[in-house]
Design a protein around this ligand. Structure first.
Ligand code: TRP
Length: 335
């Protein structure tokens, strides 16, 4: 029997940070490497990133950066397809086709678009659509096309993306209702634990807050960043709540279950100062990331190798995509 398809996309962000690592890179790696019952498709969503990246050189380097990061952290590209969204022209054809069966009102209800117009309204803009491009508006449509093109069974996403998978189901339903059963309705899958981690200042780690820790930082810089993590002013001897500590939240992501339990009890028993906890975090991260960093440095110098991997992935993905688009074309009556 053909394997079920598991698909995920990651936007190239530029120097991925720990928030990206925990929120999307680690879950994607886990899915790709540890679920042999599925065929995994994982792509770099460069055309989704185009809405905000307005510099070709940056797009190129962010894409390589993401590819090198995934491979350095252990993605095995062999029994899967790891590719660039933009290498599959069928996705844009499907987007156009689906736009004909997608109610405009559906896009009006998308969270990101609603947030953007709410911001404009708050700012007192005359035009609530000020500064909003069509790419942002139709973002969920391109994403539906990503999902439906490959007959995806399962789409692992962060909570903020659930709506997009639901839209993909709606859109597939409309198409199938009108033209016959061609597009598979996907399920989403949300990773329950830590979808986001706090950054240096305790807010959600995000580039837009300037509070990030890059994954492959030089060790002396990494140490400095970790020392900057904001804590409360509890004294070393006082018991502390690990759940309220950014240090603990990050530590947990790199630690074994025993290490986590140990740090937890050190927090709760008192006697551990935040400085010492930061030192533990630093040591752990260096240990975990030293080898991946060495690999990353190699990959990023060898973009020809990255292209080779991504092109091979695109060939695999395209063989699925072209079958879907042929069926769809037949149904809608074009050649
Ligand atoms: N929108 C997703 C994000 O921002 C990235 C993405 C694009 C995606 N296309 C996708 C994820 C298809 C899953 C399936 O994280």
């Amino acid at each position: 029997m053909a394997k079920k398809i598991l698909l995920s996309g990651i936007k190239p962000t530029g120097s991925p940070h720990l928030g990206n690592y925990i929120g999307m890179i680690q879950p994607a790696l886990d899915l790709a490497n540890n679920h042999e019952e599925y065929l995994t498709l994982l792509f770099i969503a460069d055309y989704h990133a185009l809405n905000t990246i307005r510099d070709g050189a940056k797009m190129r380097s962010y894409t390589y950066d993401m590819a090198a990061t995934m491979l350095a952290l252990g993605l095995n590209p062999e029994n899967m397809a790891f590719f660039r969204q933009s290498d599959i022209p069928e996705v844009f054809e499907l987007t156009t086709i689906l736009s004909a069966v997608t109610p405009k009102g559906l896009m009006n209800r998308a969270h990101a678009y609603k947030a953007a117009i709410a911001k404009n309204t708050e700012k007192g803009e005359q035009d609530i659509d000020a500064g909003i491009n069509m790419g942002l508006y139709t973002y969920p449509l391109l994403m539906a096309s990503d999902i439906l093109l490959y007959n995806s069974d399962v789409v692992p996403v962060g909570k903020d993306q659930i709506q997009h998978v639901e839209f993909a189901r709606d859109i597939a339903g409309s198409f199938n209702y009108l033209f016959g059963n061609v597009l598979k309705l996907p399920e989403y899958f949300v990773k329950e634990t830590a979808a986001s981690i706090p950054g240096l200042d305790g807010q959600k780690m995000s580039k837009s807050y300037g509070n990030t820790i890059p994954i492959f930082e030089e060790s002396n810089k990494l140490r400095k960043l970790i020392m900057r993590i904001v804590t409360d002013s509890k004294l070393p001897e006082e018991p502390k709540n690990p759940e309220e500590s950014t240090i603990f939240h990050i530590y947990r992501e790199f630690a074994t279950a025993e290490q986590t339990a140990e740090l937890k009890s050190m927090y709760e028993n008192g006697g551990l100062g935040y400085g010492a906890a930061k030192e533990m975090l630093f040591e752990l991260m260096i240990k975990r990331l030293e080898e991946p960093k060495r690999k990353y440095d190699e990959y990023i110098k060898n973009t020809a190798e990255l292209d080779k991997v991504l092109n091979a992935g695109a060939d695999r993905a395209r063989s699925i995509a072209s079958k879907t688009i042929q069926k769809v074309r037949k149904k809608i009556g074009v050649n």
